[in-house]
Design a protein. Structure first.
Length: 62
């Protein structure tokens, strides 16, 4: 089951994105559109839990 941790942002077009690292080995962060993260679940029953973790980006990689 996918799990994503990152910073919720809006891109220049106003679309919701999650700023995350693609892999633990790559320190660069990318803004991934929510649509892309949830695409595989279209037309399926889902449960989405959202919680605020912390304001420190370093703590997101636990």
């Amino acid at each position: 089951m996918p799990s994503f941790k990152g910073v919720l942002k809006k891109d220049s077009n106003g679309n919701l994105c999650l700023k995350i690292r693609i892999s633990p080995e790559n320190p660069e962060e990318y803004e991934i559109p929510f649509e892309e993260l949830l695409e595989e679940f279209i037309n399926k029953r889902v449960k989405i839990d959202i919680m605020q973790l912390t304001s420190k980006l370093e703590d997101l990689n636990e």
